[in-house]
Ligand binder design. Structure first.
Ligand code: SF4
Length: 245
């Protein structure tokens, strides 16, 4: 019988292990598979090199085998958490990669804005849904996000992660929490000085981010919003806008 072939995956970069810098898995050693391409264009996107078609020449169509060999090489063959990020990783065919990794004891987390639903979400270990607030200048399809939760089918841990820049983003985060009361919610202050491709080590305004973090903490405690967790982006605090860390 011929070996089964799987569709290729469009990859922007594979790097690690480093620690996960944000959300529910913060601090956990992780290998990142960043896919290329996104159906959104958030005004403050911090991964434009994996989003904008202008950088397509840096992306590579890789077989599941090639991606897997790269992950195994980086982790020294020792099972580690693999973060599938982007861009929007949901527009790539990642089911076979997840199946392959699981056979060898690896775990998989995927972060997406929730605009594209995949049945293989149910095979993940962690699904991070990150609806984009008004400051992103995108429009949220709440029905699609609900469909993502349904597709997960209560198998992976499903959490919400909301980037917050201002009061209207904060109100949006509260609305998201009200729509999905069973999902843990993580709030993180937005980085208003995101990296620009070609100048990935550009300066970051840590003081500004810290002020936003303090304001967020004050807001959730003032509102007695005790289910929300407020976390900074740890990698930004440690390494600024540097890529591949
Ligand atoms: S959804 Fe994420 S990757 Fe896509 S444009 Fe927005 S911030 Fe960037």
């Amino acid at each position: 019988m011929a070996a089964m072939t799987h569709p290729a995956i469009r990859v922007s970069e594979i790097f690690g292990p480093t620690i996960q810098g944000e959300g529910v898995l913060i601090g956990l050693p992780t290998v990142f598979v960043r896919t290329g391409g996104c159906d959104y264009r958030c005004s403050w996107c911090d991964s434009l090199h994996a989003v904008d078609n202008q950088y397509r020449h840096e992306w590579e169509m890789m077989s599941v085998d090639a991606v897997w060999q790269s992950v195994v090489g980086l982790s020294g063959g020792r099972p580690v958490m693999v973060s599938l990020s982007g861009g929007n990783p949901a527009i790539q065919p990642l089911g076979a990669l997840i199946e392959r990794g699981h056979r060898e004891g690896y775990r998989f987390a995927l972060e997406t804005q929730g605009s594209v639903v995949r049945d293989w979400f149910a095979e993940l270990d962690v699904l991070v849904l990150s609806p984009k607030p008004p400051s992103s200048e995108m429009t949220t399809d709440w029905a699609a996000i609900e469909a993502c939760v349904q597709a997960a089918n209560e198998k992976p841990q499903v959490v919400l992660k909301l980037v917050v820049f201002d009061e209207s983003d904060y109100a949006y985060a509260k609305d998201a929490a009200a729509r999905f009361p069973r999902l843990p919610i993580y709030l993180q202050p937005g980085n208003h000085t995101p990296p620009r491709p070609g100048n990935a080590d550009s300066a970051v305004d840590l003081d500004g981010i810290t002020k936003r973090m303090e304001w967020l903490v004050e807001s959730v405690t003032r509102d007695r919003w005790f289910e929300a967790r407020v976390l900074p982006q740890l990698h930004v605090m440690l390494w600024g806008n540097k890529r591949g860390v």
